[in-house]
Design a protein around this ligand. Structure first.
Ligand SMILES: *[C@@H]1O[C@H](CO)[C@@H](O)[C@H](O)[C@H]1NC(C)=O
Ligand SMILES: *[C@@H]1O[C@H](CO)[C@@H](O)[C@H](O)[C@H]1NC(C)=O
Ligand SMILES: *[C@@H]1O[C@H](CO)[C@@H](O)[C@H](O)[C@H]1NC(C)=O
Length: 480
């Protein structure tokens, strides 16, 4: 079993006195603002890298890591920073505090930042300087990570230091700080690293991630955190290098102003132990047609650190979308769909007008996912990643890709449920009993940011009206 680990309860070694000293009145939930930014200017061109990143992260493409001193293995999301529009939060490390923007990643369990010792981290984010922190402790352990071909390698030093996140401060938190990395543009723009939000068993440093350390010390009012990921308002794409409000993470509770109705909690599937946040996909509804998902094709990881949705049944899903095609070459695993009216007119004004409509991808792809309860619908705007020109005209690239094809590697997740889905729900990650809950977003949030369409033509409604006027005029001139 590669990814299913025994859940180690680290709190058991704590003396009873500590447990007894837990606060009688737990603190109120703490709300942490989330930011969203784009690290790339061309989302479609970057998609193959995002797909590769997911495969590395979950071991479908092999990644090697080892730590000197202590035998250890784990994955590191080697191409994580090439994610399209990661959601991030602010973490402070050291004394005095050094602040960093880090990707909030429910599919990762360590705190990882770029350090001033890194000679190749030149692309600009703030770097952690352990020498300026009076509380930093160098554990004199170096982590070496390389991908299978050895062409990307990372080395990182392991530290312990005081960490503050979401208003909570904990001393002696283990983290790794990049010393060298061979890939360019690794830590992009103002993103300095990652904050893991999964469970200890997948921690490379074998340490509880920050949220779990808080929970182990009974510092959270409830053993949960809630996440709302906001779409960028107006357009579906954040301009490269800019940030936008991206939602709220609530530590120790949920934020009732962000959802409506009940939170539907579903326990982690039988046979899994808390390492990743597992769920079991039961059905997928595509264009109104329900596909029931076989149990060996349903194990899913809920991962805020991934933009897309990966699935072993992507082919079956897209087969239910009329006119969809499997992309090839660099884009293998991804699918595109055509939503343009197939009119054959020759007036010069018309083709560009039709192209405009095509770009707006007017016809909706409607997909909903159920984990055993509600069918959670994905806003069509979230599934459309923009256009690709296949020679025969433009098509829209969809946000669900083929995770891997048969033969299915044993015990690996068959779905990675990323932001394409998570933007559509309020998500609650519950440690005890281990479960993930989803709730309907509060009214006003459900479609926020989705109305503008994608790509270069944010005003799709206006363009459609413009097109209709052009078409009517064109027909009028053709007829006379
Ligand atoms: C790491 O090495 C330095 C220098 O040799 C030493 O002062 C320090 O105590 C070591 N740290 C640990 C945690 O062993
Ligand atoms: C290692 O990473 C580089 C850069 O992303 C990539 O070109 C190469 O294909 C990767 N090797 C393997 C075996 O995945
Ligand atoms: C809930 O989320 C909203 C929007 O992000 C935020 O303004 C508010 O402070 C949060 N807290 C509570 C208690 O509602």
């Amino acid at each position: 079993m590669m990814i299913i680990f025994l859940f180690v309860i680290t709190v058991t070694s704590l003396p009873c006195a500590l447990a007894a000293s837990r606060p009688i009145t737990p603190p109120n939930p703490i709300h942490v603002p989330i930011f969203r930014r784009s690290t790339v200017s061309d989302r479609v061109a970057n998609l193959p890298k995002v797909v590769e990143a997911v495969k590395h992260k979950y071991g479908f493409a092999s990644t090697n890591s080892k730590r000197s001193g202590e035998a250890s293995s784990g994955y590191v999301p080697l191409t994580e920073m090439q994610n399209n529009t990661p959601y991030s939060g602010v973490v402070s490390i050291g004394t005095p505090a050094q602040e960093f923007n880090v990707i909030l990643d429910t599919g990762f369990s360590d705190l990882w930042v770029a350090s001033t010792a890194c000679t190749t981290c030149t692309s600009g984010p703030p770097l952690f300087d352990p020498s300026k922190s009076s509380t930093s402790k160098n554990l004199n352990s170096t982590l070496h990570i390389s991908n299978a071909s050895g062409s990307v390698t990372v080395s990182a030093q392991v530290f312990e230091d005081t960490v503050t996140f979401g208003g909570f401060t904990l001393p002696n938190q283990r983290l790794f700080a990049t010393q060298a990395i061979t890939a360019d543009a690794w830590f992009r723009d103002d993103l300095s690293g990652l904050m893991g939000l999964a469970f200890q068993p997948i921690s490379i440093l074998q340490t509880p991630p920050f949220w779990q350390a808080l929970d182990n010390q009974h510092l959270l009012a409830n053993p949960v955190f809630g996440i709302y990921l906001e779409r960028h308002t107006g357009v579906n794409q954040v301009d490269k290098g800019t940030t936008a409000p991206g939602g709220t993470l609530t530590l120790g509770g949920t934020n009732a102003s962000l959802y409506t109705g009940n939170i539907e909690f579903i326990d982690m599937p039988k046979g899994t132990l808390p390492s990743y946040w597992f769920q079991q996909v039961q059905t997928v509804t595509v264009q109104g047609k329900s596909i029931s998902v076989a149990s060996n094709n349903g194990l899913a990881v809920i991962d805020t650190g991934i933009t897309l949705i990966g699935s072993t049944i992507a082919q079956e899903i897209w087969a239910s979308v009329p006119g969809s095609v499997a992309l090839t070459g660099l884009y293998k695993g991804l699918y595109a769909y055509r939503t343009c009216p197939s009119l054959h007119l020759s007036h010069s004004a018309i083709p560009s007008c039709i192209a405009l409509r095509c770009t707006a991808c007017a016809t909706d792809v409607t997909i909903a996912i159920s984990f055993g309860g509600t069918n959670w619908a994905i806003n069509p705007a979230d599934l459309n990643f923009g256009t690709i020109d296949l020679g025969s005209g433009q098509m829209c690239v969809g946000g669900i890709f083929e995770l891997y094809s048969t033969p299915t590697p044993a015990n690996l997740p068959t779905w990675i449920i990323g932001d394409v889905f998570l933007k559509n729900v309020y998500s609650v990650f519950q440690a005890d009993p281990p479960a993930v809950g989803f709730a309907r977003l509060a009214s006003g949030l459900e479609n926020s940011g989705a109305s503008g369409g994608v790509g270069r033509f944010p005003g799709s409604a206006a363009s459609t009206k413009f097109c209709l006027v052009v078409l009517v005029l064109a027909w009028f001139f053709i007829l006379i």
